[in-house]
Design a protein around this ligand. Structure first.
Ligand code: ITT
Length: 202
């Protein structure tokens, strides 16, 4: 078990789907975790032009605002046939009247692809860990797959129901959380972070 300042960690996201996954990944490592929303930390504007820039901006803002170590994720689905979109704009593709709606975002992607036979896509996650003194370290993970239509499954969040990872028959929307964690972009970035930090379980 960790002790003192080293033990408390802010999960710097306002997205409940991500919060759940990040808490599950951190679970075995003995942190006392709290979400950015529970601390009333403001949602910083994502002004960066890359996943790394946005992940670092979110992690730094939460660490500064809370005085604690903070872990942020910037992620998205990258579709080569759409010139890399939605990419860093993945959350924005869900916006419309009434707020964010990922059924709408998935429909937009499907419509933009039309009958293009190239359905390849990958999810990318950058996890950034920041300290209140401004230090930050970042790690990237990816998972490659195919976009399916119509979407399948109601697990996960965001674009999960339309993403079928390579080598698997089901979409992320159809997978158990533990199965997604074995192969996901976020889990890969997290494994790199754990190795670099020398974190141990328990
Ligand atoms: P925070 O910035 O508060 O963390 P956000 O939802 O705005 O939340 P991003 O800017 O990183 O986060 O947006 C990434 C979007 O990409 C996110 O809203 C999801 O819809 C999508 N996405 C990322 N990882 C995903 C995953 O594992 N499964 C499905 N969709 C994912």
């Amino acid at each position: 078990m960790r002790s003192g300042a080293d033990r408390r960690l802010v999960i710097a996201t306002h997205n409940p789907g991500k919060l759940k996954e990040m808490a599950e990944l951190l679970g075995p490592y003995g942190f006392d975790c709290v979400g950015a929303g529970a601390l009333d930390l403001p949602e910083p504007e994502e002004t960066g032009d890359s996943f790394v820039a946005n992940a670092e901006l979110k992690a730094r803002a939460a660490a500064r605002g809370s005085g604690l170590m903070a872990l942020a994720d910037d992620s998205g689905v990258v579709v080569p046939a759409l010139g890399g979109e939605p990419g860093i704009h993945s959350a924005r593709w869900a916006e419309g009247p009434g707020g964010r709606d990922f059924r709408r975002a998935m429909e937009r992607v499907a419509r933009a692809l039309g009958d293009n036979p190239d359905r390849r896509a990958y999810f990318l996650s950058v996890l950034s860990l920041a300290w209140p003194d401004g230090r930050v370290r970042s790690f990237e993970g990816r998972v490659h797959g195919t976009l399916v239509w119509p979407p399948r499954g109601d697990r996960g969040f965001g674009y999960d129901p339309m993403f079928q990872p390579d080598g698997h028959a089901g979409t992320f929307g159809e997978m158990e959380p533990t199965a997604k964690h074995r192969i996901s972009h976020r889990a890969e970035a997290f494994r790199k972070l754990v190795a670099a930090m020398g974190w141990t379980r328990g």
